[in-house]
Design a protein around this ligand. Structure first.
Ligand SMILES: Cc1cc2nc3c(=O)[nH]c(=O)nc-3n(C[C@H](O)[C@H](O)[C@H](O)COP(=O)(O)O)c2cc1C
Length: 313
């Protein structure tokens, strides 16, 4: 079968951005766990995205949580996939080479149950062609590691300091909204050597099946994402930008249009990622990127700042 890519025609991007020294051809990336090369390359040319973020990879394959693993909620989705993935060795010989062959800017998302897991994966990725690494310290769906590291500034600082010594690649630390004081967590990551921060991961949530009186998800709770979390993500980006004027920030949460991406840029983000929207509309990241490219035409001041690696505030 002939390769069929890109329901969209090629596009000349007008507005780029820079995140921790890495140039993105536009400010829109895909969010981890909602993008996979084999599933997405039929729909659009992956090299056209600002960046593509791949699913979290762990030292060995993980099976993830038992089903049901997803359920719906008003304007959102609740998932407890539990970081199912084929492991870093498979990623290095399969998905990453395919993406680099297409010319994509790649962010590799890293998962772990403990500090040693993260260190092992980052060491294996140190010489790979990925452009940036995103450390997921914010998954609510695993019992060890994940969010437990991202809610403790001391543990987070220790982990990022260790990873900083292992790799010279740009390190993005992905933060959880399931905390009361995001600024102290963000500062701990930056003090440990993070080059950039991304936020938000999912919010802990659940649904109940009223026929049985039991939780719908086998894991009982999951992570809420989609349009419902937009205001939460915006407020996190805003608060971190106020406290840390210089750190590059990737805004995530509830983005399904160029207008919503623009809100994050005005809140102080350098770039954004599109997540759950791609689960029901696979071309959503590309559509958002194109809508934003046009919206930035009439906002030359913001566009110039982004192109220079600066932010609106
Ligand atoms: C099905 C699913 C799987 C996800 N897997 C990951 C993951 O492996 N690593 C990660 O850092 N975030 C993961 N996320 C979180 C998203 O990357 C994103 O931060 C979150 O969904 C909020 O953005 P959204 O509202 O645009 O979906 C996942 C989200 C969903 C819906």
């Amino acid at each position: 079968m002939n390769k069929q890519v890109n329901v969209y025609e090629p596009h000349e991007w007008k507005h780029s951005t820079i995140v921790a020294g890495v140039e993105w051809k536009n400010p829109v990336g895909t969010a981890s766990g909602t993008f996979q090369y084999d599933a997405c390359h039929w729909f659009y040319d992956v090299s056209q995205m600002g960046a593509v973020t791949t699913k979290g990879v762990s030292p060995v394959p993980w099976e993830g949580n038992p089903g049901p693993r997803t359920t719906e909620s008003p304007s959102g989705t609740v998932n407890s996939v539990g970081l199912q993935n084929p492991g870093v060795d498979h990623y290095l010989v399969d998905e990453l080479p395919k993406l680099k062959k297409e010319g994509a800017t790649v962010i590799t998302n890293v998962a772990g149950h403990c500090d040693d897991d993260y260190a092992e994966v980052v060491a294996k990725l140190a010489d790979c062609p990925a452009d940036m690494l995103e450390i997921n310290v914010s998954c609510p769906n695993v019992t060890h590691g994940g969010m437990s590291v991202g809610t403790d500034p001391v543990a987070l600082n220790r982990l990022i300091t260790r990873l900083r010594h292992i790799t010279s690649k740009p390190l993005i630390v992905k933060l959880t909204p399931n905390v009361t004081d995001i600024v102290s967590i963000a500062k701990a990551a930056v003090d440990g050597g993070a080059d950039a921060l991304s936020m938000i991961n999912t919010l802990v949530g659940m649904r109940i099946d009223i026929r049985t009186g039991e939780p719908i998800l086998a894991n009982r709770t999951g992570g809420v994402s989609g349009p419902a979390v937009l205001p939460v993500g915006l407020s996190f980006v805003w608060r971190v930008r106020q406290a840390l004027p210089d750190i590059p920030i990737i805004g995530i949460g509830g983005i399904d249009s160029g207008e919503k991406a623009l809100e994050y840029l005005y809140a102080g983000a350098n770039a954004v990622e599109v997540g759950a929207a791609a689960l029901y509309e696979p071309t959503a990241p590309m559509r958002v990127a194109r809508e934003l490219d046009d919206l930035l035409d009439s906002r030359p001041q913001l566009a110039a700042k982004l192109a220079a690696g600066q932010t609106w505030r």
